[in-house]
Design a protein around this ligand. Structure first.
Ligand code: ADP
Length: 256
């Protein structure tokens, strides 16, 4: 988030730099179950962001002293590949990735029924392959789908997206130029019935703008939820088609 020192014009003929309306999400694509060795996995594209989430567990906690007697612990590791940004990022964890891992775990933990699995751990790994602003929201969306894919009991899904302010106007799901040179960025995450589990803000908005931006971001999360839901239904429909043999298929000839 910075000053508009690049003197960017954010709108042309009422549309944004990538042709979107102010209240429009970037194109969203979700694929479920893309990793054979994970218990649950998901690949998401949110505009220019490309992110993979992998879930392992519930499984034994190592090191043992981290285990909780009454519930499973949830670990979330957000990692940005060094090739995910324009200039090579130094590999490995840094202050930003620790922060994003923490807030993302806290966004998901309230819906996970951790008391079902005492003394165990649910590990969530989020790998950002390509970044274009909003990677934490893309990661949370992918992680939520991967948790469902792993069969982890949850009270509900979590959907996430940001609203921002650029050139004095509120916009949904800011992309990189808007995030870097805009006035504010507010990522949120929520359950389908509107319970907020993540709310951060970088920059400045008036109280009125904040209310409108929150409504906008919540509307975005509802749209994300529909895509998450459809991706999961598609996967299970496909599995069903594979498991239940097609009645119309001709039976194989008996070998006498
Ligand atoms: P988010 O990705 O959740 O919006 P930030 O606001 O911290 O998180 O980052 C905004 C964007 O800035 C990222 O999506 C990425 O495109 C870019 N970015 C973040 N960290 C780096 C970095 N170390 N090097 C280059 N670009 C970065």
């Amino acid at each position: 988030m910075g000053e508009n020192d690049a003197n960017i014009t954010f709108f042309k003929d009422g549309l944004r730099l990538d042709g979107r309306r102010a209240d429009e999400l970037r194109p969203l694509k979700i694929e479920v179950g893309i990793l054979a060795r994970a218990d649950g996995s998901c690949y998401i594209e949110m505009g220019g962001n490309k992110v993979i989430a992998a879930v392992y567990g519930p499984r034994e906690v190592h090191p043992r002293h981290l285990q909780e007697v009454t519930r499973a612990i949830v670990r979330y590791r957000y990692n940005m590949a060094s090739f995910s940004v324009e200039e090579r990022k130094r590999p490995g964890p840094d202050r930003r990735s620790y922060e994003l891992s923490k807030v993302s775990r806290e966004a998901l933990e309230p819906v996970i029924l951790t008391s079902y699995f005492p003394r165990s751990v649910i590990d969530v790994f989020v790998e950002v392959l390509q970044a274009d602003a909003g990677t934490r929201t893309a990661g949370i969306n992918a992680a939520s789908v991967a948790l469902a894919d792993a069969g982890i009991p949850m009270k509900s899904m979590i959907s996430s997206c940001a609203a921002g302010k650029v050139g004095g106007q509120l916009v949904l799901d800011p992309m990189k130029e808007e995030d870097n040179y805009g006035e504010a960025d507010m990522p949120i995450a929520m359950t389908p019935d509107g319970r907020i589990t993540l709310l951060q803000m970088d920059g400045h908005m008036t109280r009125e703008e904040l209310k409108t931006a929150l409504d906008m971001a919540m509307g975005g999360c509802r749209q994300v939820y529909e895509v998450q839901r459809k991706a999961l239904i598609d996967k299970y429909n496909q599995m069903e088609a594979e498991i239940i043999p097609d009645q119309e298929q001709p039976q194989e000839a008996e070998v006498l």
